[in-house]
Write a protein of this length. Structure first.
Length: 191
């Protein structure tokens, strides 16, 4: 993983069964490290995985990366402690075997567009921070919707695709409305 390549190429080149650090993976993809990091850490939550408590494991780093994006934008590199975070061999195998082929198809559909949304990195960092915080809520079967929104936002950052960012923002609004409605329903049921 020496030279910069597309995310699909980098994931396809991951060695089988070997752990790697997040920093090494991000260095191979070049710039847009926040988007790539958020994407890689939210995909396991967006898709059903037989890993208990994945939200608790991945939620913390997602919150830190999102907060870093909100404060610094894409101009600043991730802190060393986040870059040194180890991705276990099972996760790198899953990213290479399952995620890379899907991203290859998505890369063919994605292109830079709606640049006004893409340039709002700090605002997107705040939205990602909100969604990452939702992943830590102890609600059963609830991690998929915020993780899908994170995937769309991160993919938009990686590919500079404002359409994907717009879809992620629309999903975030719909999710927030659903949560407020659910909280209101629960409040009226027990009032």
């Amino acid at each position: 993983m020496g030279e910069e390549g597309t995310l699909t190429q980098v994931l396809s080149d991951l060695p089988r069964g070997q752990a790697t650090t997040l920093g090494r993976l991000l260095a191979a993809t070049g710039c847009r490290t926040h988007g790539v990091a958020i994407l890689l850490l939210s995909i396991p939550e967006a898709l059903p995985l037989p890993v208990p408590s994945a939200g608790a494991i991945l939620g913390g780093p997602l919150i830190l990366i999102s907060a870093h994006l909100a404060v610094f934008g894409e101009t600043e590199s991730l802190p060393v402690r986040l870059r040194d975070r180890v991705l276990p061999g099972w996760l790198t195998d899953w990213l290479r075997d399952r995620v890379a082929p899907v991203l290859a198809r998505a890369e063919r559909l994605s292109r830079p567009r709606w640049s006004g949304l893409v340039r709002r990195e700090r605002l997107l960092g705040i939205v990602c921070l909100y969604l990452a915080s939702l992943l830590l809520l102890p609600l059963p079967f609830f991690n998929t919707p915020p993780a899908l929104c994170l995937v769309l936002l991160a993919w938009g950052l990686v590919q500079r695709d404002g359409w994907s960012i717009g879809a992620g923002l629309a999903g975030t609004v719909a999710l927030t409305v659903a949560l407020v409605s659910l909280a209101d329903w629960v409040r009226t049921m027990f009032a």
